[in-house]
Design a protein around this ligand. Sequence first.
Ligand code: TYM
Length: 333
Amino acid sequence: MDAKKRIFSGIQPTGNLTLGNYIGALRNFKLLEDEYDCLYSIVDLHAITIRQDPAQLRKACLRTLAIFLASGLDPERNIIFFQSHVHEHAELAWILDCYTYMGELSRMTQFKDKSRKHADNINCGLFAYPVLMAADILLYQADLVPIGSDQKQHLELARNIAERFNALYSDTFVVPDGYFPKVGARVMSLQEPTRKMSKSDPEDTYIAILDPADIIRKKLRRAVTDCDAEVRFDPENKPGVSNLMSILSALTGQSLESIAADFSGKGYGIFKDAVADAVIAALAPIQQNYEKLSADKAYLESVMRSGAERASALAMRTLRKVHKKVGLAPAKL
Ligand code: TYM
């Protein structure tokens, strides 16, 4: 696993994975599997920074694993695993906590947003969440991190922590770069297109990867646009239409200019149907694979077991190195 460059990314197993998760991250996981050694994690420890119903969370974990596989990720070529199954994540996060400043974490916009949303549960885990994310990435010496643009600030922090640690103790961590899709790095809500599409918002604001075709079409037909009936890319003045254009462009590869030309004078109804066709076509194969995979619990378990074993072997190496650098006594003297 050492010759190629390495990728790490993670997705939280909360609620329904959305079209935003797909276009911003999941789709790129598959595109990158030829060129890189990839580790993809279901980051369940991150999920409990918000209160979760245990039975629901357990189901969502397996559902997310099945969606990873259904999207075409090969568990032999990629290491696919649950974060909580590799204890080094939490251990490295603790050590990195000691090299991260309160001021840095207070500036994180996701922390500010989530503390506003969950004012009754502003816990230490929520505050230190980006340090656990840094540990996820640095543990595997990842060169590249495919993510949507909402995670850019967290990645910057991971880079700063790595550089700070390297400066103190000599080279220990690879300083990772982000990998963002050219179009669709921030898919917006269908109802409030100035906000990110998010699985924690009401159902009509997002498309879930597992939504049936008729629901996808209905949600897109009801998506907020504007009243000048012109398909033109202008995120500031026409956020709804621009979001739908980005979705179409991301899924079909058609440029924004050519989309604008194709739908010139045609009205929003036809345009929205074309977006729905593209979304349905992109998600249909994943949904079909998901049906088969999600029923095969033994297979899912075997994937998660072998993923955890392979990830642990790599994680252990970095954690040992870190223990040594900071001066912790070796376990075997
Ligand atoms: P999460 O679970 O919120 O989202 C998973 C991935 O989907 C991307 N994404 C989007 N991209 C475009 N448009 C959207 N509307 C949209 N919504 C979500 C996210 O940018 C992300 O790439 N903290 C991370 C999970 C994480 C992680 C990591 C990621 C934990 N450790 C290490 C990379 C590396 C998160 O909450 O993502």
